[in-house]
Design a protein around this ligand. Structure first.
Ligand code: HEM
Length: 524
């Protein structure tokens, strides 16, 4: 029997039928999305309203560029635009409080766009439902209060001391140093100690600050895969890391995440099986001791939570530190102002910073605000859904837009934080704007707003303050014109603003393809 006889090949007519059905289906979907969809009346390009692949193309093929396409859409279509068939985007600071409501009665759910990338359904970040998110977050909230974060002062100071020690060593070696790598190691060490205790090996103590791990985790376009081709991202996340890294080393990111996840699961099991759970040791010791339902203490659920805390707590703060350091080394006057301020609270350059004194340093804190405004550590669209109420948007031209309940709508820090109505010369780095107009703080969107605002905000501020103060109380900028520098110095090495500025949205900021980030030469 021949293959032709045994296999029932479709006839030409059947093929035509399938093609015709496909065509009809696509046409019906297109007509629905363009004319009958609840978001059909909102302005925006037709292609974006027709298919999510418009978004997919700019994020996956062009590499995290959709954020800039959206910025252009706003210039053309106004402050509210339809950016996908199912999603709106708003660029209007007056809408922040309504969309990202603090009120427990105004339910705000997370939309699936970003969650699908995270692959950590047990985490607060990926908890869609408003009430589930609130319950989970209520358990973690106390550990991230300002008071509790203050208790972390010795850990942050110890990390600062390790960083300074490493920098002494790099100064002796004389080669330029990647500060992004050093900052990633420092911020990871801090969050690791807070979450689990300091038992594991510190990244800052490793010869190369665990460079291989961080190189794989460097922000890249594949982070958008889960949003656009969820099944493929999930499949890859479950592949053996070794196979994945062999096949597609760059895309081994997912597999490596999961490998890291396994370590976290082991640490959680260790805490669970510990004979005594001393009070207040770490976040996960406390969660284990708490009276939340046992289902919420399952290893898989807590592993997801731990993974998100580790990821959210390292690259975000590290990229912010790199941006601050760049501006201080690029502008001598700015550094001199900071150093004057620091001398008043730390007369001895060798003493470690005292956290409680740093909140009252106006220039330091305006520097931090301006950095997170212009270089937000999280660059994605923070899409939310109001499941129970229509949201009413008053357009500045007098029109009223009703966003139907259940629709996804978001804002994005790199866009809203440069809104020209709020910020004069929005692309310039001008810390004084926060000294002249403290009301601007109200609109700072780098940590998001509302019930799902960054839980690590207090920790991030304390890390930024302490590390910047510790580094710049000791180091000055290298002055080639001087014979004697009068102390240890730092000098930018082949680093321009384009090496720290956000070029692409990879959830965290991605730099241009050839950038090597912030590099400095350290001298004793
Ligand atoms: C400068 C540093 C940081 C920036 C700019 C930042 C930014 C953000 C933003 C924008 C969100 C909201 C994301 C969304 O709604 O889609 C967020 C959430 C979150 N961040 Fe941060 N973050 C920083 C540091 C940290 C640190 C140090 C931690 C350590 C624990 C952390 C942990 C989290 C967690 C767990 C969430 C999820 C909160 C929730 O969904 O309730 N972040 N962060």
């Amino acid at each position: 029997m021949t293959l032709t006889n045994s296999f029932p090949w479709p006839t030409a007519f059947q093929l035509q039928l399938v093609l015709a059905s496909l065509l009809i289906y696509v046409s019906v979907v297109a007509v629905y999305r363009l004319y009958f969809h609840p978001l059909a009346k909102f302005p925006g390009p037709k292609l974006a309203a027709l298919t999510t692949w418009y978004n997919g193309y700019h994020d996956l093929v062009r590499g995290g560029q959709y954020v800039w396409v959206i910025e252009e859409m706003h210039k053309k279509y106004g402050p509210i635009v339809r950016t996908r068939p199912d999603t709106l985007h708003v660029n209007d600071p007056s809408f922040i409080d309504k969309l990202y409501s603090q009120s427990p009665k105004q339910r705000r759910e997370r939309y699936r766009t970003i969650i699908q990338t995270l692959q950590a359904p047990g985490s607060i970040l990926a908890s869609v439902d408003h009430d589930l998110h609130r319950r989970r977050r209520a358990v973690l909230n106390p550990y991230f209060s300002q008071q509790n974060v203050r208790r972390l002062e010795p850990v942050i100071n110890e990390t600062l001391a390790s960083l300074l020690h490493r920098m002494d060593g790099w100064a002796r070696e004389g080669a330029p140093v990647s500060m992004n790598r050093a900052f990633r190691a420092a911020t990871s060490d801090i969050i690791q100690a807070y979450a689990f205790g300091g038992a594991g090996r510190k990244y800052l103590d490793m010869e190369d600050c665990n460079a291989g791990f961080f190189d794989v985790l460097t922000p890249q376009r594949v982070c958008h895969l889960g949003t656009h081709v969820y099944w493929l991202a999930k499949f890859m996340a479950n592949l053996n890391p070794a196979i994945m890294t062999y096949l597609l080393p760059r895309i081994g990111i997912f597999a490596t995440f999961m490998q890291g996840g396994q370590d976290l699961f082991d640490q959680i099991e260790e805490i669970r099986n510990a004979k005594d759970l001393p009070e207040g040791r770490t976040i996960f010791h406390e969660i284990m001791r708490s009276d939340i339902p046992e289902s919420e203490k399952e290893t898989k659920r807590l592993g997801d939570e731990a993974m998100i805390i580790m990821i959210a707590g390292s690259e975000t703060t590290a990229s912010t530190l790199a941006a601050i350091m760049y501006h201080l080394l690029a502008d001598k006057q700015m550094l001199a102002r900071l150093k004057d301020e620091l001398e008043s609270v730390m007369p001895d350059p060798n003493e470690l910073p005292v956290a409680s004194r740093l909140d009252n340093l106006p220039f330091l804190n305006s520097l931090i605000q301006e950095t997170i405004r212009l270089y937000p550590g999280a660059t994605h669209r923070q899409d939310r859904v109001a499941p129970d109420e229509d949201l009413v948007y008053e357009h500045p031209d007098g029109r009223t837009f009703v966003i139907p309940a259940g629709s996804a709508v978001g804002m994005t820090a790199p866009i809203i934080n440069r809104h020209p109505d709020l910020y004069e010369r929005p692309d310039d780095f001008l810390p004084d704007r926060y000294l002249e107009n403290p009301k601007l703080l109200r609109y700072q969107f780098a940590f998001s707003k509302g019930a799902r605002q960054c839980i690590g905000m207090n920790l991030a501020y304390q890390e930024l303050q302490t590390l910047i103060v510790g580094l710049f109380r000791r180091y000055d900028v290298y002055d080639a014109a001087k014979k004697e520098q009068g102390g240890p110095t730092l000098e930018l090495f082949q680093t321009g603003r384009e090496d720290i500025a956000m070029h692409a949205d990879y959830i965290t900021p991605g730099q241009w393809e050839g950038s090597q980030g912030l590099r400095v030469r350290i001298r004793q």
